[in-house]
Design a protein around this ligand. Structure first.
Ligand code: COA
Length: 188
């Protein structure tokens, strides 16, 4: 599934369009972007287009493009949703490096969490990343995720094993905004 348009202060999450797969071809060719994503080989355009089609058809994933000032800078998702146990895994990539360290990932995560809890009625979101991915860890913590543990030597990259940092946000942990919440649907 593609997620609906969610507007924050500076960041907008929106469903992808036909121009978006090509952006990932460029972003995923850059090892600085893919370093912590586990993408070893840049995907060709046709594979990206197929991937976008399959994620749009999925009943257990919700995918958004992240936009700032009408420019696509990356994407985020809630993946592998278990509707019975009301939980999912989250991921994010800001592919446009000029948009790094401006608070956009943190804001995108907050919008995604709000949607997950208020609209999808999920109970918990989980995530994991390389321990060294300080930017992701910080953004996740600022958005309300809590560390739940570290899996030792879980991932291989650059000729050595790396620890994996794991975190989650429960609805009870969630720093809900006040009643001015623009995402709430209180009726017609
Ligand atoms: C990791 C990533 C999502 C961070 O996005 P971002 O928009 O730069 O993050 P934010 O600007 O919201 O930053 C949140 C905090 O982390 C800090 N931060 C961001 N990147 C950092 C880095 N490389 N090193 C140290 N701190 C960093 C920011 O300064 C900010 O802290 P502050 O508010 O105290 O100043 C982005 O760099 C990215 O997509 N990288 C490539 C793919 C990736 O690693 N995805 C995550 C996989 S789980």
């Amino acid at each position: 599934m593609y997620g609906p348009v969610l507007r924050g202060e500076r960041v907008t999450l929106r469903p992808p369009d036909d121009t978006d797969p090509a952006r990932f071809v460029a972003w995923f060719a850059d090892p600085e972007v893919t370093r912590y994503l586990g993408v070893l080989f840049p995907p060709p355009l046709e594979i990206e287009q197929e991937w976008f089609k399959s994620i749009g058809e999925s009943k257990t994933d919700v995918f958004w493009m992240i936009e700032v000032a009408r420019r696509a800078i990356g994407s985020c998702a809630i993946a592998r949703i278990d509707w019975l146990h009301a939980r999912g895994s989250t991921g994010i990539a800001i592919g446009d490096k000029t948009a790094w360290r401006k608070g956009y990932a943190t804001e995108a995560m907050r919008l995604r969490t709000e949607y997950a809890f208020l609209q999808l009625n999920l109970h918990k979101l989980s995530t994991r990343t390389f321990m060294e991915n300080e930017g992701a860890r910080r953004a996740l913590q600022k958005a309300g995720y809590r560390e739940i543990g570290v899996a030792r030597e879980e991932m291989w990259r650059d000729g050595r094993w790396h620890d994996q940092w794991r975190a989650e946000i429960l609805r009870a942990d969630w720093p809900r905004r006040d009643s001015a919440d623009p995402l709430r649907t209180d009726g017609c």
